[in-house]
Design a protein around this ligand. Structure first.
Ligand code: BEZ
Length: 401
């Protein structure tokens, strides 16, 4: 008996079972291998207000972001997206806990938020400590792209200084001599009126009184009485969301609309016109967005947004939409590999975003360099009147990037 005869019967018996083992093993690998299955989703955490005076702003940002993702086939940088959400309630005291929760518990790859500057300042600190990528779709706190700037922190909206500065320039050019400023007492309001004052006084005007009330209070009456007594040429006010609706209506109801011109950053009349009605008609504001901007991106964006969601888009939806576009620019450059952080950041820094506001780039400190428009309320629209400040960059004092 030769060797092949001796071993052939057991070999024949073994052959089918080995084949089965191999087939099962291959089938198992095919079924479970992440290389063959879809790559893991990119985890995006929304930390935004969904309750309180800024609730509508948080929803608009979320809608805008998701619209950009859907237009990109449900993916960014070739990877599907998984969303995590926390309602920050526009409460700075809860912000460190909320940010830590979404970063550590949900392990998000990128944090998107928020609206309120005080909350955003706390988020930026947590994002820095954890080296989490943070894209701010609204909050304009100057320090975030100033002394607290960081390679992992970007903003797709504005600094509070930008629209304020532009309106101060306009008011001075209109030869207004005296102004009263009025706002909530927190970073956004203070920096917004600071920008207004800087340009207004450089242009020859004088801010004769600065009025503040705590956020998010809306008991405006005693302040309106004071404004009536002061009789300035112009009032510059920063309020937004539900607070802006009430303020503009109270201002008109107090009989001031026709005696003392009310102006502000565009937040005073953006996303609010349905509720403000006649009280807002004719108001001049400055912002990096206007409803009727006649560029192809804005026309397509507005059509797609109102087809997908209830209501018209506003500046907050634009901030969310562009946050997704910016993240897509970064993720595309690294083929969806979020671990390639320095290449991802470099691509975001170099991106030219085709925004509904008009194309924009980022400054060295990661804040948009953009035109700020002068707009007038006509009916339910913030209509563009002109460009108040062209390619305006935030001074970003103290940023060392
Ligand atoms: C802010 O807190 O930075 C802010 C809130 C609403 C509108 C604009 C800015």
């Amino acid at each position: 008996m030769n060797a092949s005869h001796r071993f052939s019967p057991p070999a024949r018996r073994l052959a089918p079972s080995l084949l089965h083992v191999c087939l099962f093993a291959i089938a198992g690998i095919v079924a479970s291998s992440p290389a063959v299955a879809q790559p893991a989703k990119v985890k995006v955490g929304f930390m935004l207000p969904y309750t309180g005076t800024y609730a509508a702003l948080g929803t608009a940002i979320t809608n805008g972001f998701k619209l950009a993702v859907e237009e990109n086939g449900g993916k960014l940088g070739g990877r599907e997206i998984e969303y995590f959400t926390v309602d920050d309630e526009s409460d700075p005291a809860k912000a460190p806990d909320n940010a830590n929760k979404i970063i550590k518990r949900d392990k998000v790859d990128v944090l998107i938020g928020t609206v309120h500057s005080g909350v955003a300042l706390a988020m930026a600190k947590v994002a820095r400590d954890n080296n989490t990528l943070l894209i701010i779709p609204n909050a304009g706190a100057g320090d975030i792209t100033g002394p607290l700037c960081a390679p992992n922190i970007f903003r797709t909206s504005f600094s509070n200084w930008q629209p304020g500065y532009a309106m101060g320039k306009v008011a001075a050019e209109q030869t207004k001599k005296t102004a009263v400023t009025f706002t909530w007492k927190y970073a956004a309001g203070e920096e917004s009126v600071g920008g207004f004052k800087e340009a207004f006084e450089a242009g020859g005007g004088k801010v004769v009184k600065e009025l503040f009330l705590p956020f998010p209070q809306v008991e405006f009456q005693s302040y309106l009485t004071e404004i009536a007594a002061l009789k300035p040429d112009v009032v510059y006010a920063f309020f937004a969301g539900g607070g802006a609706v009430k303020f503009v209506k109270d201002y008109a109801a107090a009989g001031l609309k026709n005696s003392v011109q009310l102006v502000g950053p565009g937040f005073l009349t953006d996303g609010t016109l349905d509720a403000q009605g006649d009280a807002a008609q004719g108001m001049l504001t400055t912002l990096h967005y206007a409803d009727g901007l006649n560029n192809p991106k804005n026309r397509a964006f507005r059509a797609a947004y109102s087809k997908t969601f209830t209501g018209e888009p506003d500046v907050y939806a634009v901030g969310g939409y562009d946050a997704a576009q910016l993240l897509n620019a970064g993720l595309t450059a690294v083929k969806g590999d979020v671990t390639k952080r320095s290449e991802l950041v470099a691509a975001m820094e170099a991106a030219k975003i085709d925004s509904p506001r008009g194309a924009f780039t980022l400054s060295k400190s990661h804040n948009p360099v953009q035109d700020v428009y002068l707009r007038r309320v006509e009916g339910r629209e913030n209509k563009i009147v002109g460009v108040a400040a062209r390619a305006l960059a935030d001074p970003s004092r103290g940023c060392k990037l």
